[in-house]
Structures are given as structure tokens and as C-alpha cells.
Design a protein around this ligand. Sequence first.
Ligand code: PNS
Length: 161
Amino acid sequence: MIVAIYPGSFDPITFGHLDIIERGCKMFEQVIVAVLRNPNKIPLFTVEQRIEQIRYSTQHLSNVEIASFEGLTVNYARMRQAKVLLRGLRVLTDFEMELQMAHTNKSLMGEIETVFLATSNEYSFLSSSVVKEIAKFGGCVEHLVPKHVAVDIDRCYRKLS
Ligand code: PNS
């Protein structure tokens, strides 16, 4: 059984992330979407809120698990006996960072393989940061994130303003 970990910030989950999760679920027996608890970043949503958003967005998938982790991704992969890290690639500029990350992870855990999926063309511009930027200035994000996430974002920015 091949277990893949899809690590990330997911602040918040977008249709781009969901596309990678859905396709990953067709390739691997189990996909663990792992939200990083990152003390160095001030997120829009707490880890618990993000987990809930991802859980709700992936209800239609039977082989997905949502979790959080701290520290090195490879340590979490080892603990979960996962041999694959799943990452999406949108544009060429992603590649440099992602390749460096894949090599770093490989240097720390020889048996880990990073599998890159090319993000579907329609989402190649999409990131959590883009979503937050649009929402901050009152723009509509309903075509970029699941409906319940758009509602959460709206509520969040209304509270902040
Ligand atoms: O969604 P993101 O922010 O692009 O995800 C980045 C993430 C969480 C995959 C990356 O920052 C990560 O793996 N962090 C954990 C620390 C780690 O393992 N570092 C070594 C690899 S560079």
C-alpha cells in the first residue's frame, strides 16, 4: 500500500489544492493531507479551521485523511510510514523551490520520493495568497475556493475591517 503525504499550509485550501488531492487519491491507496503547524507564520485561519475546511472539501473522497504536523515533513512521513510526498507544480518559478525542497527531503530520508503533479491549467495562477489578496480588497473568490471556504474568508475579513 502506497501512502502519500500532501504537506502544505493550506491557508486556505483552494480549488488548485483540491485538484491535486483528487488526482492523488486516484494514484495512491491513501493520501494524507498534512497541514504544517508553522510558528513562524501568522495565518488567516488556525490549523483547526484549516483542517475542518479541508475535511469538508474532501468528503467525497474515501481514501483521504486530514492531519497536522510540526517540524520536518520527512519525520512526519517516517512516522506515518509514507514513502511519497505529493506536491503540485503550477508555473516554472515553482519548480526551483520545489526541486530544492525535494532534494533536501531526499537528503534527509533516502527512501522518500517526491511526486509532482502539474496543476490543471485553469488553476495555474491560483494560490492561497492570491485568494487572500483578492478577498482583502473585497473581490469575489467563489470561483477559486469551495463555497464554505469563501464564506469563512468573507466572515474573517469582515471581522478584521
Ligand atoms: O503550502 P506551502 O507553504 O507551499 O508548503 C510548504 C511545506 C509545508 C511543504 C514546507 O515548508 C515544509 O515541508 N515545511 C516543513 C519543514 C521541512 O520539512 N523543511 C525541509 C524541506 S525544505
